[in-house]
Design a protein around this ligand. Structure first.
Ligand code: ATP
Length: 361
């Protein structure tokens, strides 16, 4: 159980399971082979909102396209709700795609169809009759807050409204899994938040499992109960979002975190001049992470009392990851053995998580 996805059931068959999955493109007809994914072991629990984060070209889209059979693995197996996707015949694949909805960065709406008719499309394709379509589409438009826009064309809708139509369309066939491919990347921050809130509500109210891929830390931080970090076609780190982001183990996670807007961010003029090792007279710049309850405790006063008066606070923020509070502070103090020793003792006593960012003046 967790705060963000109350319906997670870790004992049930996972909604998605990757077992040693690899994907190589090309390698035939004189085209050089390109390995997009290697050795991916990954599980999405039923009822979760799972995020996969990585930079452009990391392999995110390839990974998500393997889930609904738009790509076939070159190695390993992909299971959706216990079913091996590669073993499905054409009818099986059609059935799978009714059970797996998808939303896209650029919404992919048909411009010649109204909002209503866009949402109705998957039902028309499935051969559902007009009355049943109406009975399904109107509540969906209501769910996404667009009851009054049923007759509007995509060109008459804002980006956020278009994505709401996209979400309603993805839900039309009552899927058990929703795939989101950078669904908020074309939206402004405020609209992004409202779409993420909608995804959270759908997850909680309908028990729908959500697998989203994004390059935006903010998206994962806001909605995902679990996260996997992908780099160069490999999953380099995965776990509960709070754990991964507050105690990042891999360099890629750290650099994605430090590039993110939230948390304690150093001004460019300080971060640009940092050195990996101290020179005489340098100061150590250290990021301190405070978890949960302790995020709000007045540790700064103790910091000065324990380490010494020459502690500067360079940046600080209290943030929330996956619904849990955490704070971070970037402090500096002289990189002298006596000071560093006092600091290390203080961190060990208080259980603070720390990371030396570098050394500078
Ligand atoms: N059909 C294909 N043929 C050849 N190479 C491909 C194909 N599809 C993807 N690739 C390559 O695989 C790598 C991973 O691409 P993918 O689209 O999965 O990354 P991504 O993390 O989703 O990045 P982006 O956010 O930029 O789409 C890229 O180097 C891409 O060029």
């Amino acid at each position: 159980m967790n705060a963000l996805s109350p319906s997670v059931d870790v004992n049930a068959t996972p909604m998605v399971r990757f077992e040693a999955v690899g994907k190589t493109f090309g390698g035939t007809g004189g085209h050089p082979a390109f390995t997009a994914l290697t050795g991916v072991d990954y599980t999405v629990q039923r009822g979760a909102i799972a995020g996969i984060i990585g930079r452009s070209g990391a392999g995110k889209s390839t990974l998500i396209r393997l889930v609904n059979g738009l790509e076939v693995p070159s190695a390993g197996k992909v299971f959706v709700d216990g079913v091996d996707v590669a073993a499905l015949d054409a009818a099986g694949l059609r059935a799978l795609r009714r059970e797996v909805g998808m939303i896209f960065q650029h919404f992919n709406l048909l411009s010649s169809r109204t909002a209503f008719d866009n949402v109705a499309l998957p039902l028309e394709i499935a051969g559902v009759g007009a009355d049943a379509i109406r009975a399904k589409v109107l509540p969906l438009l209501d769910l996404v807050g667009l009851s009054d826009k049923a007759g509007r064309y995509p060109a008459e809708l804002s980006g956020g409204q278009k994505q709401r139509v996209g979400i309603a369309r993805a839900l039309a066939t009552s899927p058990k899994l929703l795939l989101s491919d950078e669904a908020t990347s074309a939206l402004d921050p405020e609209t992004t938040q409202s779409i993420l809130e909608l995804l959270k509500r759908i997850n909680a109210d309908l028990g729908l499992t959500v697998l989203l891929i994004t390059h935006e830390m903010e998206v994962v931080k806001t909605v995902a109960s679990d996260v996997a970090v992908i780099d160069g076609g490999r999953i380099v780190e995965q776990g509960r979002t709070f754990d991964v982001f507050t105690r990042p183990q891999h360099e890629t996670t750290r650099s994605l975190l430090s590039a993110a807007s939230g948390g304690a961010k150093l001004p460019e003029w300080i971060s640009a001049d940092l050195k990996p090792a101290p020179q005489p007279g340098d100061r150590a710049l250290v990021r301190l992470v405070f978890f949960g309850e302790t995020a709000f405790q007045p540790l700064t006063a103790r910091l000065v009392a324990e380490i010494g008066p020459d502690v500067n606070i360079l940046a600080g923020a209290i943030d929330e990851i996956a619904g849990e509070p955490f704070g971070s502070l970037v402090v500096s103090y002289p990189a002298e053995p006596a000071v560093l020793e006092r600091a290390a003792r203080f961190y060990a006593e208080t259980g603070l998580t720390t990371e030396v960012i570098g050394y500078g003046v």
